[in-house]
Design a protein. Structure first.
Ligand code: ZN
Length: 154
């Protein structure tokens, strides 16, 4: 039986892989953008707004910082203790238009040697993990390569 694809956090990103985006919210009073989304009140201390609209965030950003996880995190992180630990790469990405930094894992196969502060990255759909019934989807950041060649998207 095929696994059901489910977002690891509902409402944080689109399910449309054609125009895959993180979803934040924007205050209609002051224009502040929030991610993770804020749906109740504006967190700008100088604003009393409470009307927030959902907005797709920029697909491209620049690397603000990065590191890799070489140790298995404790629960509730999901991993199989019987399998060999494979390091993953975390990237903090600055979105210029939204004036914010968003964390995420780098796409599979991307290590710290492939990243540099200031380098352009793009948002791509990713898989966090799979269990018997579900494929848990998330977002990944992938370096934008300027080299010519066939471009494929997941
Ligand atoms: Zn506001």
């Amino acid at each position: 039986m095929p696994r059901i694809r489910k977002p690891v956090v509902p409402g944080w990103f689109t399910q449309d892989t054609g125009d895959f985006r993180l979803l934040g919210t924007r205050c209609r009073s002051c224009g502040s953008v929030f991610f993770p989304r804020e749906d109740v009140f504006c967190r700008n201390p100088g604003c009393a707004g409470d009307d927030l609209e959902e907005v797709p965030l920029s697909r491209h950003g620049t690397v603000w910082s990065y590191t890799d996880g070489r140790y298995r995190p404790p629960a509730p992180y999901v991993s199989d203790p019987d399998t060999e630990w494979r390091p993953y790469t975390l990237v903090a990405v600055e979105l210029v238009a939204e004036r914010m930094v968003v964390l995420g894992q780098a796409a599979p196969g991307v290590g710290v040697a492939d990243l540099a502060v200031g380098a352009e990255v793009e948002l791509v759909p990713g898989i966090l993990n799979e269990d018997a019934e579900h494929t848990w989807t998330t977002w990944h950041w992938r370096p934008v390569t300027t080299a010519p060649g066939p471009e494929t998207t997941a």
